[in-house]
Each structure stands twice: as structure tokens, then as C-alpha cells.
Design a protein around this ligand. Sequence first.
Ligand SMILES: [Zn+2]
Ligand SMILES: [Zn+2]
Length: 345
Amino acid sequence: MRRLPVYVLLDCSESMIGNGLRGMRTGISSMLKALRQNPHALETAWISFITFDSRAELKSPLQSLDEVQPPRLLVRPGTSLGSAILLLSERILQEVKRSQPGTLTKGDFRPIVILITDGQPTDDWRTALREMNSTVKIANLYAVGCGDDIDFAGLREMTDVVLNLQQTDEQGWAKLFVWISETVSTASRGVADGDERELMLAKLPDSVEKIEDDDIPSYSGEYGRARQLFLTALCGENKQPYLMRYRWEPDYRVYVPAASHIMDAETCDFSTRGGTGLPAVNSQEVDGCPPCAHCGNSSAGSCGNCGTVFCGSSRQKDGSSVCPGCGAILRPGGGGEFKIKASEG
Ligand SMILES: [Zn+2]
Ligand SMILES: [Zn+2]
């Protein structure tokens, strides 16, 4: 039996926390369910999941639909797309059977790769891509950008099928994965040729737009400047962490608060925290803070002793507060300018 290998590359950078993470989780589960009900897919489609954040990780090797399980997705800082591409080519070389010249043994179909990303890569993906293109052959690579920070011209360098998930709520994600399931089903009938691809692209849901060559949205951000900024803070009340999301405001040249998200064992991988060597951002470039994701308190400060950023709910009547990080008692006016450790997601 010729298999149709399907590699799904999932961006699990911090910026995916919230809708992105939820959308991918639900979408993958329904995709696997849908594919298992399709006899062609069940017979031929084999699926592998690779995630990337501060590093690339093989979540599951190429497996049949009977075996494959939805991957456990957790966010971490960073967008190591290059590492993901290198891992992908390694896996393809290892797992995909090639036809043996001079024999009747047919190899697997050329793999389909689905890449879902919401940000700008933080590593050298171009070198990785060149390397991959010189070693392995892929049938189709679908690059799906979701969110406001996509460098579409960059994605276009990877493939001619660049899609934009415009609707990033639950429904938008659901429709995207229905379309991916249909695309895999169609390809699993063994006719993954050019015409078939055009047919599938014609059926794109209204939440997804194909980026045309003469209409690549120009990247409105500044290169070298992260469009989003993420700061970890602790709630002053329950001492639990949350992630503050900021958006760069070019007119004012500051990061303004956009949202805050609860960080827990269900959403984040804490094992690599602190050691990512990402750039520090001066607090002068950060204007205000989003409300605490735990208690809703709308102020935050940082501890002059240990550097922890925390919400204002531990503030006493006399204006002093206790740092949830180190327990120091902080008096008003005691803090100076502080450097915030931030990460690009
Ligand atoms: Zn709080
Ligand atoms: Zn402290």
C-alpha cells in the first residue's frame, strides 16, 4: 500500500496562547475524527505532528490514522521555524519510502506539509529551507498564516500556496481544519496532482484567503522589531502566573496592552522559562498593562528586589505591597526604572 504522508507543523510560540491554541487543539481532534470516517484516508493517510517554539519537537512520528493521537500542545517563547524545517526533512528522509528504481516496488506518495504559524520566525529558516529543498521532495506545502503579525512575503518564499486565516475565532479555526481534512481526503485518493490542488484551493472556506502573488500584503511592522511583546507576571492575590500581551504602536513608538492570558500547566510549558536569552525591553517602551488574567486588577508593578512583575491586588491601604515572587515588602516610590525581560513570540 502506498501511503500518503501528511506532516503537520504547528507554531506553539507564546503568541498562540488563547484562540490559536484552542483552535488548533479542537481543529486537530475534529480533523482526525473526520479523516477516520473516510475510507480512502483511513487506508492511505499517515500523519505526523511537529511543533515549534523555542525549539522544534517531534510530537508524533508518521502514524496511521488508527494510531495517531492529537498532540499535547503547550506554548513556549520563540518561533524556531528553521529548526522545524530541519526536523521535517530529517523525518521525511527517515520515514517516507522512496520508489526503488528498476523494481516494481512503488514508494509512498510525496508528502503533504501543512504549516500553521502566527508570527515571524526567530531563527534562520531560509538556510533550513534551502537544505530541505535540496534533499527531499514534497508534493504540496500549505503555509497558513493566522493573526496580525504574518510576514506573508516570507511564507511566499517557502511555497506558492500561502493562505491567510482571516477569521481567528473558534469558527474560523474549525473551518480551516475542515478544509485541511478535505484536502487530505482528496489527496489520499492517490491523485495529488496539480489539478486536484487547484480544485481544493477553489473550495477554500470564507475564513481563509489565498494570498496571490500580485497581492502579497506588505508587512506593516518594522523588521527587527517584534510586533508583539509578551511579559510574564504573577497575580498579587493568588500568586499564579499570567502572560501580558502587548502590541507595538508605531505612531507612539511604545508597546500598548492588548490582552492577558492565564498561564497554567494546561497551556504553557514552564520547563524552559528564563533560559531563552531573548532581548530585554526597556520599560520606557512599555505603556501600561492589561488587567490581570486572574483577578482583573488593572495595575501592575515590578519588584525592585527580584524583578518579578505582578498585579496590584496585593497592595495594602498604606500603599505598600508584598512581592509574590520573593516576599519582599515594597513601599510606594521605592522602585526605580526596571528592565523587563521579554520574549518575542
Ligand atoms: Zn491578579
Ligand atoms: Zn520580589
